[in-house]
Design a binder for this molecule. Structure first.
Ligand code: BGC
Length: 350
């Protein structure tokens, strides 16, 4: 079968090559890959900046935003041939730490977790893959075209879960949310905000184009003026930050409303410094009881919430987020950043 593999920390090593078909281990599902989403983390791994190969190997099969169809499943495991499934990304650390021992491996304390397609476990970027039923999520058959959005939706379902848990430490009835960034994470965070009945605002550098149209189609208000101005005007109860851009992060923190919860989801590159008035930021956070919370990955609870959110969403809106479908062999085209891209996916089925 064909697989997209890479030598982690070696730029330019990504290649599609023939590798042996996977053999399902005891109790595992054998899945035919349908589509694979490409995200910033994959680009970082391909650029040689991130990623870990499985122990004793040079190459890692890339890909963590999966969608596949079960080819074979052990009897009584809850899955059957033909089911549409997505594989969960992370596995608990082997010790395990207290969070992993409680099934909350997205909150791993010792960093020894593993991740399919990212950290020490082969990913889902192949024509066939295997997965343990406990780490597979069954999708509504209506999501055959767009179910590949489940993993990023699980990431934002976790972000919303964090916001609500942090907010509920006292009276909390948020009304307005500002989402900074209108990539897939930002737009899916906006979808979950709309599904919660909130007044949703989306901010992005560019005006017009498919991102603005996707935000408007949700009923959200789109802004492309500076984040400091937008946040000062809106004083949002919640900010979901999805750019990872240092200046956006600080202006969003400074501009949140009283008792504001700012959830950071964007992984930024280190090494870029900006000048900030920490005294002012501290003062307003203390005087307003603000919280800034970081959020990464997702556990099965978030995947279940995300599957419900996708099933409830307008199918044509979800489809509008997938702006290009590129065959696996031409993966290099999928990596090109084009101005009108939202989510680019690789097609895995022959
Ligand atoms: C993935 C997460 C993962 C994180 C860090 C993200 O792109 O969506 O599941 O935990 O990268 O490796």
């Amino acid at each position: 079968m064909l697989a997209l593999t890479v030598v982690p920390l070696s730029a330019g090593s990504a290649a599609v090559s023939d590798v042996p078909d996977p053999v399902p281990g005891d109790g595992q599902l054998l899945v035919e890959g349908v589509t694979l989403g490409v995200c910033g983390t994959d680009r970082e791994i391909i650029a040689g900046e991130y990623g870990w190969a499985p122990p004793g190997r040079d190459r890692l099969v890339l890909g963590h935003e999966s969608l596949g169809r079960v080819r074979s499943a052990p009897a009584g495991c809850g899955f059957a041939a033909g089911d549409l499934v997505v594989g969960i990304v992370r596995r608990p650390d082997p010790r395990p730490c207290p969070a992993c021992a409680h099934g909350e491996f997205d909150m791993c304390r010792n960093g020894e977790y593993t991740e399919r397609g990212i950290k020490e476990l082969d990913g889902y970027g192949s024509e066939l893959w295997t997965v343990e039923p406990g780490y597979a999520v069954k999708l509504d058959p209506g999501l055959a075209e767009t179910g590949v959005l489940l993993e990023p939706t699980a990431v934002v379902a976790k972000a919303w879960d964090q916001v609500e848990r942090v907010g509920s430490r006292s009276y909390f009835a948020p009304q307005r949310v500002l989402v900074t960034g209108a990539g897939p994470i930002g737009l899916l965070a906006a979808l979950l905000g709309v599904q919660r009945g909130l007044d949703v605002h989306v901010l992005n550098r560019t005006s017009g184009g498919p991102k603005a149209r996707a935000a408007a189609a949700l009923g959200a208000t789109y802004h492309s003026d500076p984040v400091a101005d937008v946040a000062q005007r809106l004083r949002p109860d919640v900010v979901i930050e999805a750019t990872g851009a240092a200046s956006v992060v600080f202006d969003a923190i400074a501009g949140s409303g009283a008792y504001g919860v700012v959830c950071l989801t964007g992984v930024s590159s280190a090494g870029r410094t900006i000048s900030v008035d920490v005294g002012q930021a501290n003062r307003s956070m203390v005087l307003e009881n603000d919280v800034v919370v970081g959020s990464v990955n997702a556990n099965p609870r978030h995947y279940t919430a995300a599957a419900r959110a996708l099933a409830a969403a307008d199918p044509s809106w979800l489809a509008s987020l997938i702006t290009r479908r590129v065959p696996l062999r031409r993966f290099a085209e999928a990596l090109e950043a084009r101005p009108d891209d939202i989510k680019v996916v690789l097609t895995l089925a022959a």
